[in-house]
Design a binder for this molecule. Structure first.
Ligand code: 13P
Length: 257
C-alpha cells in the first residue's frame, strides 16, 4: 500500500535530542562529521538539541551551515536572576539556539516539572525569540486506563495557555508517549496518527489562525528502521529522536529518511 501523500508545503522536521550526551568537544566532532557527510537539503529541516553547555560550540562548529538548526533542551522562565544552575531563553538564543524544548517527559517525570511551569517556559521562549517545542505524552498506566487523550489535551492546553492566540501558531508540538521513550517500544504509525489527529484538532481550536500549520513531531524509540513509516503517518510532521541520534551514521540514516 502506498503511504498517504504528505501535503507539499512543509518539509519534515528531523530533530535530535542528545539529552545529557556530547559535551562541547564531542558536539564539535559530531557536527564536523555531519557537515562533511550531509549536504543541505531543502526538503527537510534538521534540528539538534545539544546540552546547554555545548550549544555555543555547536553553533561555532556549524558555522554558516544554517540548514542545521539548534535548540536548547530546557530553559528557565525568568530572564535572569538568582537561579543557580539554570539557563534563560535569552542566554540560549545568544549561544545559538532557535528553538527550546519545553516539558520533555524527563523534565516532567524525573525533575517534577508541572503544567504551570511548561506554560511559563513556553511564554519565556517565545518572548526571547525562540520557537517553543512543547512535548506532551501519556505514561503507560494512563494509556492503559484509557486516559491518553485527556492527558495529552491537558498538557497541550496548559502549555499554550499563556501564549496569545497569535503566538500559538509559532510553536511546535512533540508527541512523545512516555512508555516509548528509551524503551525500544515504538508507537505504531496508527497509534501516533490517532493522537496526532487529536492534537491537530485541538490546535485548530487554540490557534484558529495557523493551528493547522503547527508541526507535530513524533518521538519515542525512533530508529532507522521505523522512521520512514512513522513519518508517513497522517499528521506526523517530523521526528524527535533520542538514543538513535547520538551517532552520526545512525542519525543520518534517520535524517535522510
Ligand atoms: P528515544 O529516541 O531514546 O526513545 O528518546 C526519545 C526522546 O525522548 C526524544 O526527546
Amino acid at each position: 500500500m502506498r503511504p498517504p501523500m504528505r501535503p507539499p508545503m512543509r518539509p519534515p522536521i528531523l530533530a535530535a535530542n542528545w539529552k545529557m550526551h556530547h559535551g562541547p568537544t564531542a558536539a564539535r566532532a559530531f557536527i564536523a562529521e555531519l557537515l562533511a557527510r550531509h549536504t543541505p537539503r531543502a526538503d527537510r529541516t534538521i534540528v539538534l538539541f545539544p546540552p546547554a553547555l555545548s550549544l555555543h560550540a555547536a553553533a561555532e562548529a556549524r558555522a554558516d551551515r544554517t540548514d542545521i538548526r539548534l535548540g536548547v533542551q530546557n530553559i528557565h522562565w525568568e530572564s535572569k536572576g538568582a537561579f543557580t544552575g539554570e539557563t534563560s531563553a535569552g542566554m540560549a538564543r545568544d549561544a545559538g539556539a532557535e528553538l527550546a524544548l519545553v516539558g520533555h517527559s524527563e523534565r516532567r517525570h524525573v525533575f517534577g516539572e508541572t503544567d504551570e511551569e511548561t506554560s511559563r517556559k513556553c511564554t519565556a521562549a517565545h518572548a526571547a525569540g525562540l520557537v517553543p517545542m512543547l512535548c506532551v505524552g501519556e505514561r503507560l498506566g494512563e494509556r492503559e486506563a484509557g486516559e491518553t487523550e485527556a492527558v495529552v489535551l491537558r498538557q497541550l492546553r496548559a502549555g499554550l495557555t499563556s501564549l496569545e492566540a497569535g503566538a500559538r501558531r509559532s510553536v511546535m508540538i512533540a508527541y512523545e508517549p512516555v512508555w516509548a521513550i528509551g524503551t525500544g517500544k515504538t508507537a505504531t504509525p496508527d497509534d501516533a496518527a490517532a493522537v496526532h489527529a487529536v492534537i491537530r484538532q485541538e490546535l485548530q481550536v487554540l490557534a484558529p489562525e495557523g493551528g493547522s500549520e503547527v508541526p507535530i513531531l513524533y518521538g519515542g524509540s525512533v530508529n532507522p528502521g521505523n522512521a520512514a513509516a512513522l513519518l508517513a503517518a497522517p499528521e506526523v510532521g517530523g521526528l524527535l529522536v533520542g538514543g538513535a541520534s547520538l551517532e552520526v551514521a545512525g542519525w543520518l540514516a534517520i535524517a535522510s529518511t
